[in-house]
Ligand binder design. Structure first.
Ligand SMILES: NC(=O)c1ccc[n+]([C@@H]2O[C@H](COP(=O)([O-])OP(=O)(O)OC[C@H]3O[C@@H](n4cnc5c(N)ncnc54)[C@H](OP(=O)(O)O)[C@@H]3O)[C@@H](O)[C@H]2O)c1
Length: 283
């Protein structure tokens, strides 16, 4: 049953974080990152506790997985610095990203982003993969790429990660180069994101994390395929007009609205979670 953003079920927000509750959630973990939750209630929380609840609260439709987008932006709205995200986020942003990957069945990444970021195995820490297995998930979330022409950056570290399963949807008929990663290709007569979603669901992908980039985000938003946005606000201001915003391309014909679900803080970074396209009741 879907729940409304103005009325989340009780229990979806964790109680106050204690070292005991963290040790229970993450056996063997030492580097506790504590986020201060500012809204809807003030308490200290870990990403593990917060995101365990995400799988419980999320519902996939009959046609597609539940899709949650994670992005970081500077204070002046830029999604990259010097062509990539490395200079943007701190430890707490990386922890949030890795925990989002830990709860996802698969991770959708735009072709441009693979080239810019390089990647590698999506979950390198055995502890995170073990936690997934305890919950009945495959140890590694599948990396899902979409590319019309299959002109992918084959030298990227993602393709060199032998343990990483990768699923590529394409219209192209060309052969792909030999890479170390476990590749599977799905050739379509026309690459369509709703079709990709349907196929992912048929493969058991119920929770799909999207990591951008901005052009792919726009297509997903236009097609109404994003349920949630996790947005980190980096305290940087760059004024670099060459860099895109978190969504790039022509204006969206029907701009979706976000409904705020939480605000967290770590250092000078803010972590916002929005439901997308589900208008809040009231003013
Ligand atoms: N701030 C953040 O959180 C964040 C996150 C991710 C990326 N980034 C930054 O964003 C930049 C890369 O983003 P980008 O916008 O250039 O590329 P992108 O969105 O990652 O990838 C776009 C490519 O995806 C393929 N694609 C397939 N189907 C598509 C569809 N329906 N709609 C759109 N694209 C589709 C196309 O390649 P084909 O021609 O092969 O089909 C297209 O060129 C980098 O600078 C990266 O660092 C920032």
């Amino acid at each position: 049953m879907a729940w409304s953003w103005s009325d989340p079920p009780s229990g979806i927000y964790p109680s106050a974080l204690t070292s005991e509750s963290y040790a229970r959630a993450v056996p063997g973990a030492h580097d506790l990152i504590v986020y201060g939750q500012l809204w809807p209630q003030a308490c200290d929380v870990s990403a593990v506790e917060l995101l365990n609840a995400l799988r419980q609260g999320a519902t996939s439709s009959p046609h597609r997985p539940f899709v949650f987008l994670n992005m970081i932006s500077t204070l002046d709205g830029r999604a990259a610095v010097d062509g990539g995200t490395r200079g943007l986020g701190g430890r707490a942003d990386i922890e949030m990203l890795l925990e989002l990957r830990t709860v996802a069945d698969a991770v959708l990444i735009g072709a441009g982003t693979v080239g810019a970021e390089g990647y590698g195995r999506l979950l390198r820490r055995p502890e995170r993969r073990e936690r997934r297995q305890h919950q009945g998930l495959a140890p590694d979330p599948v990396a899902v790429l979409v590319s019309h022409a299959l002109d992918l950056p084959w030298g990227a570290a993602l393709f060199a990660a032998a343990e990483q399963p990768i699923l590529i949807y394409t219209e192209a008929s060309e052969p792909v180069p030999q890479v170390a990663a476990r590749l599977e290709l799905v050739r379509m007569s026309r690459l369509s994101l709703p079709e990709v979603m349907r196929d992912l669901l048929s493969r058991g992908v119920h929770m799909l994390l999207c990591e951008g980039g901005p052009r792919l985000n726009r297509s997903l938003l236009e097609a109404g395929l994003i349920d949630e946005l996790f947005l980190t606000l980096s305290p940087l201001i760059t004024a670099d007009a060459r860099e895109p915003a978190i969504v790039a391309g022509p204006a969206l014909p029907a701009p979706p609205r976000g409904s705020l679900a939480w605000i967290l803080k770590h250092g000078d970074e803010l972590f916002l979670r929005y439901g997308i396209g589900r208008p809040r009741a009231g003013c």
